[in-house]
Every structure is written in C-alpha cells, then in structure tokens.
Design a protein around this ligand. Structure first.
Ligand SMILES: C[S@@+](CC[C@H](N)C(=O)[O-])C[C@H]1O[C@@H](n2cnc3c(N)ncnc32)[C@H](O)[C@@H]1O
Length: 296
C-alpha cells in the first residue's frame, strides 16, 4: 500500500484538525506561565497523546522555553494567545446585547465553559467539521466533573461545501437574532470564496447589532523570520496549508459588502501592547478584527 507523502486536506479526511491541537497546546502551556495571556483550564483535557507528550517535554525545558518564547517564530504562538484574549474581551463586551453565541471552526475552544456564568441561558452553537466536533463531544462527555452541565449545540459542517445558513437553521439557531460570532483561526485554511460566502451567510443568519470577531493572516515580508517558511511548509505537510491571506489595510473591503463594519482592529503591535506578557511579541503576519453588523 502506498502511503501519500502529504495527507488528504482536512475537509476531505476523517481526522480531527492538528492545528486545533496546536492552539490548544498553546493554551494548556499558558496555564503554567507566570504571566498568562489567557487562562483556559479546559485546554489540557483536549490534548492528544502526542500533544500531551510534547506538553510535558516543553515544560521540562523550563528556562529554555521562556527564552524560546522571545524568538521571532514564537510570535505566532503569542499571536494565537493574544487573539484569543482579544476575542474573549469582545465576547464579554457583546454579551449584554446578544441572544446567542456562535463559534465557527470551534476546534477545542472552551469559551462555552470558561464563560458559562456570563453567557447564562444564551445558547452556544459550536460549528466545525464532523471529525473534530464528534471528538470534542466525546472528551467533554468523558470529563463531566471538569466540564459540568453546560449545554453546547454542535453543528457539523464543511465551510467549503455546505450552507452555513441551512446547517444553522437545522440546529435551532434563532435566525435574525443578535449574535456574538467568533471565527478564530479558520479563514487562512479556506478559499476567498468560502470566506466571502460565510460572511454573507452570517449577515443573513444573524441580526443587526451582531458582532463578529475573527482573525486573518497577511503576507508581511520577513515576518516570523526564515523559520516562518518552515512552519508554513509543515502546515502543508500535515494537510492544513495556508490558502487565504488578506492584508489588514483591506479588511473593510472584505467585511463591508456583507454589512460588517470594523469596530476594533488589532495588528501585531496593538495585540502585543494590549495583551502580551513576559517580553513576548506577536507576529505581524496575523491580525484580528471585531466588526458589527449594520446590514447590507
Ligand atoms: C487552527 S484551528 C482553530 C480552532 C479554534 N477556533 C481555536 O482557535 O483554537 C482551525 C479550525 O478550523 C476548522 N476548519 C478548517 N477547515 C474547515 C472547513 N472547511 N469547514 C469547517 N471547519 C473547518 C478545523 O476543523 C479546526 O477546528
């Protein structure tokens, strides 16, 4: 039997996302940081056997790990954590004005549990590919003592092939109601068409005053140093290549046709200033935006 060198693309496979493991590993490691950017006590529960082994090894390196955090390439890890904090802040700001929470490409996002008290009775919809969605539900079910009775509505979808509006309607989503939407760490794995179609779908599924928080990759010469090329190649090798980038200067042109008006945009310098700790710096190749739905 021939084993392909590059695995099938994520949306064509039945494996849970490896990059979702990476972001969760980052949040799990952060729990041991003296100055955490994000506190996610649920992250360790989602680590795979391999991630758990890496987690233990990295923790054993102690002082070396703290020094490595300041390398250019570690900017990506800092960016992941700072964008999470940014999107947490916008969730808390939006909650008094919204009826529901929608997490697109949820991976092992634990906001439904981390903010269970603030979210209260508002339903939380977590949308992702079937493999990871089922896997996550299994982890939550096996760890009831940790996750408690929080009810999350799972919506299985492939953004590249299925209609978000239809899948949400089938899942009990209140069409037209004000919603906080978090779409974190996903746009870069899609096509421009899939991103614009999802934005249009969000505009028709959610109501005026909804807030969308999402991040993008952009091409910035020299960002992340030469190792960034290695990281991007590694992502291709694991079947999760970067397929969409868009410069921060053009984010309005991407969001406004769907009716979303940016209310907060944070590139690496702003993310670093607001959230980074321990001399860490964010990677200029990633930025995050919050946008309010004004109608289209
Ligand atoms: C880097 S992970 C981010 C997970 C989570 N939002 C976080 O920040 O920790 C990317 C997520 O996008 C999801 N994803 C990628 N392509 C997708 C597609 N075509 N349809 C639905 N979800 C997709 C993956 O399954 C994965 O959970």
């Amino acid at each position: 039997m021939r084993v392909p060198l590059v695995p099938a693309a994520l949306h064509e496979s039945d494996r849970p996302s490896a990059t979702a493991q990476w972001t969760t590993l980052g949040r799990a490691l952060e729990l041991k940081h003296p100055e955490p950017i994000v506190v996610d006590p649920y992250a360790p529960a989602f680590l795979s056997r391999n991630s758990r082994a890496l987690y233990r090894s990295l923790l054993r390196t102690g002082a070396w790990w703290r020094r490595a955090e300041q390398w250019d390439i570690a900017g990506l890890a800092a960016s992941n954590l700072c964008r999470h904090h940014f999107l947490d802040d916008h969730l808390l700001e939006a909650l008094p004005h919204v009826d529901q929470v929608l997490v697109l490409g949820a991976g092992y996002d634990a906001r439904a549990y981390r903010f269970a008290d603030a979210i209260g009775e508002r339903p939380v919809f977590e949308v992702d590919l079937p493999a990871i969605s089922k896997h996550k539900a299994g982890v939550v079910a096996r760890n009831h003592a940790l996750f408690g009775d929080v009810r999350v509505r799972r919506v299985e979808i492939d953004f590249r092939r299925q209609s978000l509006v239809e899948r949400l309607a089938e899942s009990g989503f209140a069409t037209g109601a004000p919603t906080y939407v978090v779409w974190e760490g996903v746009s870069m794995y899609l096509t421009r068409d899939a991103v614009t179609q999802t934005l249009a779908a969000l505009a028709s599924a959610t109501g005026r005053g909804s807030v969308l928080g999402m991040d993008f990759w952009q091409q910035v010469d020299g960002a992340g140093g030469p190792l960034r090329v290695v990281v991007q190649r590694a992502m291709r090798l694991i079947g999760e290549p970067i397929t969409f980038t868009s410069p921060a200067s053009e984010v309005s042109r991407l969001l406004e046709p769907a009716g979303f008006v940016p209310i907060d945009l944070a590139e690496a310098d702003v993310l670093t200033a607001r959230y980074a700790t321990g001399d860490r710096c964010c990677d200029p190749g990633m930025y995050v935006v919050a946008a309010e739905l004004h109608g289209n």
